[in-house]
Structure formats: C-alpha cells, structure tokens
Design a protein around this ligand. Sequence first.
Ligand code: 5AD
Ligand code: SF4
Length: 447
Amino acid sequence: MDKTFYIETFGCQMNAHDSEKVIGTLLHQGYAQVDTPEAAHYVFYNTCSIRDKAEQKVFNRLQQFKRDAGKGKVFAVIGCVAQQEGEKIFEKAPHVSLVAGSASYTKLPQMLVQLEAGSRRVTGLSLDTGEAFDTPFTRRDNPHRAYLTIIEGCDKSCAYCVVPFTRGPERSRTSSSVMAEAQGLAGAGYTEIQLLGQNVNSYRDPSPAGWNFATLLDRVGQIPGIRRVRFTTSHPRDFGKEIIDAIDSNPVLCDHVHLPVQSGSTRVLQSMQRLYTRDEYMRRIEWIKNARRKIAITTDIIAGFPGETGKDFEATLALLDEVQYDSLFAFKYSPRPNTAALAMEDQVPEEEKTRRIVTLNERQRAIQIRRNSQLIGEVQQVHVEGRNRALGQWIGRTSQNRTLNFVHDGDADAALAGAYLDVRVTRAGPNSLVGESVANARPVSVM
Ligand code: 5AD
Ligand code: SF4
C-alpha cells in the first residue's frame, strides 16, 4: 500500500498550524511526507476561503490533476473551503475523495482507513465538536518559533466574514493543556511561542481555574526558557487593558499588538457588525500608546465594504494618520457565501475598490518609511530566522515584529539561526530594516 502524502497549505497561521498537526498525525499513522504532488499517493490541500481569490486557488490546483496526471492518486480537500462548500466539491472536482473541515481533523486517521478500505467518498463536515483539535504529534516547521492554538472558532458575526461558518463556534482549550504544551515546547528548545486563535481575547479557560487571556499570556511568558511570546488575532471589542498591563510587566511578551480595525468610519463599523465605534477603538490605541514600552501596532482594513462612501473612506485614511500604524494589511471587500453583507445594497464597483486600496497602501507606505527611518541608529534585539545567501545577510525579527536584515562577522556560522543578537539599525525601507550586529557581538545565546 502506497502511504506517501503531499500537503499544500493556503491561508492564515491557524491553517499553517493545522497542517503541522495534520502532518504529525499522518506521520504517526505510518504515512510518509513527500515534496511534490507528483510523487504522492495522497494529495492534501488545506484551503482558505476568506476571499474569493483564496478560494479559487484550490480549484486551480485540482484542475491540473483532472485528467491523466491525477490517475491513481487520492485527493483530499480540507480546511475552510472544504467546510464551506462541503459535498459540492465532489461535483466541481469529481476526482476528490475526501472533504473535511478543521473541526473533523481528530477523525482524519479513521477517514483515511475508510478510503483504504475502498470507500469512494468520505466527508467530515460536522461542526458540533466541543473541543479544539489537540494532538501530541504536531510536526512543527520551525525549530525555534512555535505556534500554539489556545482557542478555535469564532462567536462574532462580522457581516463580511466566512470564518464563523468555516471554523464553527468558539472552543477554548484548558489552561493546563496550553501550559503543558508550552512547557513541553520550552523543554524541546523552542524560545518563541505564538499563541493563536481567531479571537484570542475571548479566551476563557473552561476548567475551574477560569483564566482569562491576559492571565494565560502572562503565565506562558513566565515559563523558563521562553524568551518571546506573541499572539494573534485580537478583536478590539474584547481587547482589555489588562493585556497591556501584562505586556508592561513582562518583557518576554513582545512589543506588538495586531488590532484589526477594518474601517475608520463608525457608520461602516456598525454595518459590518464589528461591535465597536471608532472612538472605542481609539481608546484601545491610547492604552497601547501609553504603555511604558513602545508597542508596535498593526491592523487589517477592508476597502469597499458595501455602502462605504467616499466620506467613509476618508475617515479610514484619517485614522491611518492618527494611529500611525507600523504595518497594515489592506483587502478589497470580497462577497462571501452565507454572510450578511452578501445581500447588502450599494456594492462598491471593482475599479473603485482598487482605487481605494491603492490609496490606502500609498498613504501607509509613507507612514512606514517615516517610522522606520526614525529607528536608524537604534540597537534592537533580533531573533535570528535564517540567512539570505544572495545578499550575504542574516534575517532577524525584532520584538516589534519588524524584519531586520543584518551583517555579522564570522558569516559562515550556520548556527546563528535561533540566536538572539543585538543589531544596530543602519538603513530603513518601508517594509524592513538593515543593520549590523553590534561590535561583532557573540550570540546572546544559541539554542
Ligand atoms: N473580504 C475582504 N477581506 C476580508 N477579511 C475577512 N473577510 C473578508 C472579506 N469578505 C479580512 C479582514 C480580516 C482579515 C484576516 O481578512 O480584514 O481581518
Ligand atoms: Fe482563511 Fe479564515 Fe480559514 Fe484562516 S480561518 S484559512 S483566514 S478562511
């Protein structure tokens, strides 16, 4: 029996981490991962449906294998498109045999056994699981920085968003299982942990300990050996000041908050069902800016939500000027199945969405050039991620989540990845910094 598999992952960090869990589970069951779909018997696509463009990617991939190239292979569509489209995928791509959403991953081994036993089509589409997908077999990609899921699903109902339909209701893991996993990571040599959830701020420990997110964050940040803790994503409505207090009192918690605003117009926020006004959002920005350390702020924005007028859009541009974000992701609104915004009137024409997104990105680029150039001359600690051989530079990441590429004497030293080094910033671009390792400093530590 051919037990080789290939997996390609689309979408967010939750999906990337889900794939790490799926890979670990399959390896544990005796399957063997290969690097190309051509070499594999099982071909997995872990899919994203946040915007139409993301969704189309999987169908393009499947199209390539529709005829001879796909003969004898078993195709599995998992993740958000699987959950959203369900059995319709079999109609669009008849060579697919398995369709499963993330809430069914615990049953993957059984589903594969069914396929091996001759079932032509197997589905895992139930969303009524009480638990988060928890496995001891996660196969992590990066040896220094680890993703760790604390909460799955989402109980909000933003009018544009497909996630509540693809990932189901919120399920928090117990604080003891999160802590045990984090301690295990520290023991295995990981120094950086990124806590994951669609809305980490609504984390609520289901065990009697009853920790909220700020407590969990603080406790993970106290684990010996852990030098950096990040978290994503936050929802402004649930973002409490105690998170800033936790960051202020523990330098292990990174100087960065990603706080998606989506729009600078209270009217649009209301129609998006975001559950906060512009002023309420700005209050959170003030908390962050009043912290003792400089905390980088990044955000997501949707351009061209139905009914967004020129004046609403101006309000978003003014918000960029007011907040001075360190980075932002801007997206054109994309109508999604099942969502409330699908039926809204006043859809914004495509060219206008494009114009708005270009304007947003230009405005933000100028802000980033200015902010990044203010860092020239400063010394920042980086966690070394790897090496760019072509440029002869090391790639590092600052606590504020900026990429800082730098030169370091003794360049051939491959063991630098994973080290923490002090680097002086010498140049700044809109999206990254360049620098040099301070006085040929030795790595502060190499794990
Ligand atoms: N269209 C465009 N962007 C969207 N996002 C979520 N749903 C949509 C949509 N239908 C964006 C939001 C979110 C980010 C992950 O993706 O900005 O914060
Ligand atoms: Fe895409 Fe959202 Fe699913 Fe992540 S949770 S893969 S962003 S649809």
